[in-house]
Every structure is written in C-alpha cells, then in structure tokens.
Design a protein around this ligand. Sequence first.
Ligand code: ADP
Ligand code: MG
Length: 349
Amino acid sequence: AMKLDVDALRYLSKDDFRVLTAVEMGMRNHEIVPSELVDRIASLKHGGTYKVLKNLLKHKLLHHDSSKYDGYRLTYLGYDFLAIKTLVNRGVFAAVGRQIGVGKESDIFEVAKEDGTILAMKLHRLGRVSFRAVKSKRDYLKHRTSYNWLYLSRLAALKEFAFMKALEEHSFPVPTAVDCNRHCVIMSLVQGYPLVQVKQLQNPDIVFETIIGLVVRLAEHGLIHSDFNEFNIMIDDDESVTMIDFPQMVSVDHRNAQMYFDRDVECIFKFFKKRFNLIFEEQLDEVDGTEADADENGNGRPCFSSISKAAGFLDKKLAASGFTKKDQDDIDKCIEGGAEEDLGSEMMK
Ligand code: ADP
Ligand code: MG
C-alpha cells in the first residue's frame, strides 16, 4: 500500500503547484520532462523553478531522471496531490482520512466534507499492475505520446465515474458518483463490508439471487461487469447489496462477452457454494434427475444467449459523459493485456 501523507499538501505553496502542474503538462509529450521545459511552462521569476523542483523532489512528488537528459516526471503522489488540490478547491471535500481499501489497481481513502460527511476517494493506479502489458501494447497507443500510466489511470477514473452515474440512473445499487478529476473518483461511502469478509448471512439464498439477478439485469442493459466477485460486492447489515469497481466493464457486444459473463456468474456460484454451502441444481439434478429450465445452462446458471440484451447502452450513455469509444478501446486493450507483474515499485521510485 502506498502512504498518502497529505500533510505536505498544507506546506506546498502556489509556486510549488505551479511547477507540479508544469511537469504534468510537459508529460503530455514527454515521459521525462526536460527541466528547461518545466521552467518555460512554469515561468517563475529569477529561475525560481529549480529551487521549487528540489522541494517537490524532496516531498517525492516528482522523480528525477537524468539517464538521457536532466528531467522530471510526476510520481503517483504528485499526481494524487494535483487531483486532491483541485477537488478541495472545488469544495468537493476538505480533508483526507484513513485508507479503507487497497485494490489491485487503486487506493481508496475516506475523505471528509466541510460539514463532516464522509465520502470515498478512489485513486486509480492502472499502470501499477499492467505496466508491462501497457508497454507490450505500445503499438495500439502510439498515437498518444502520453500512453503512460497518467493517461490510463485518468481514463480508468473517467470510465468508472461515467458508469457509476449511468448505473445509478438505471437504479442499479452502486455508490453515488460525486465528482471526478484526473485519476481520482469521489463517491458516496458504502456502508458495510466486501462480501469476502462476510462469514455469515441471515438469508444467503436471497443475497445470492439478488447478486445473480444483477448480473442478468446488467446484461439486459448491454453490460457485463467482468470482475464481479466477492471483492467487488459490498453487503451491509441489512444484507443489501452494492456493487463497486467498474473500470473493466464491457459491452455485451464485446467479442469475449460470453466468456466474461460466464466467469462473473461462475465466481458467484463458487463463492456461495463454498462460503454459505448453497446447493445448486447441478447437485440436485444428480438426486432427482429433473431437467433444467430452457433459459439456463442446464446447470442452474443463467444463460447468456437467452438474455434479451439492449446493446448500445455503453456508447450512448458514455459518449454523453465525454468517455469516447476510442477511450474505451484504449483502456480495454490495456486491461485485457493482463497483469503479469507488479512493476509499481519501479514507478514509485
Ligand atoms: P480495485 O479496482 O482496486 O479493486 P475497488 O473499487 O474494488 O478497487 O475498491 C477496493 C476496496 O475498497 C473494496 O474492496 C472496498 O473494500 C473498498 N471500497 C471501494 N469503494 C468503496 C466505497 N464507495 N465505500 C466503501 N468502501 C469502498
Ligand atoms: Mg475491486
């Protein structure tokens, strides 16, 4: 897990942010931004940029690289600070609290509004897991000089925000999407725990039906979660269900749609069988020999091909939020590339 020491935020001056922003701008065209370029963009008086760069480096908001030329790039922390500062300035929240989650591709923190309301802040770290995959997919993203983790993490956040909004509008149980900046999504805090932490349920069969119902209803809306498992389903004390984590959602038009759908369904079946000892038709069949329903796979699982799907949801809903088809393609290619190795530490240096 990364430590997010936001104390430094308070000590950073206007000039510090000006230079940090200059590095970010330079990264649109440079993996490592030459110091002179930072200086030119920031245009502080009397060579002030160089002093500020040293300070930002000390706080680990920048990484210095002189392998090819003297230059800098943002660290995750530097990027976090830019997003946090922007959202605080917008009045979205006022303080950052404890870390509540470490996903494979994100860090989640509580944040507090001025009035004390607690929200959840998700900082996307797409490059952390799939940096190698991204590299191997370089060709796809050639048209973008900044195909890098900044770009991908920002896309992931934008996609997640857009989906959360659209899903809520269609009455799916998801957190309320509050705001989004760079790689950061602010949403309502879900009460309860990830299903993986829940050892007992009053009504496991009802919760199970609800969850499988969600997978089916998503498909009817043209969507597949494609990472639907006990880590991305939250259960509260009333045993109501909230689904989270949407950057990898795909359309039912996707060429591997059936595989993703079946995998989501299988995860849920497996988990409920193991954790709550639910018994499914496949096991009953062996006992009483009844035939499964036509709309099921013959093993009690909902059948992808017999769901009537309203495809196109993605394109329509998401285009409206500024998340384009091309963005979708870029991010899909990287996520599909798979996570081979955690090279995040490389990037945090
Ligand atoms: P990742 O994509 O990295 O898996 P998730 O969105 O699944 O990130 O979040 C990781 C963990 O953080 C979740 O398993 C959950 O415990 C916690 N979490 C995420 N979003 C919220 C939220 N809105 N409210 C409460 N906890 C959350
Ligand atoms: Mg998750």
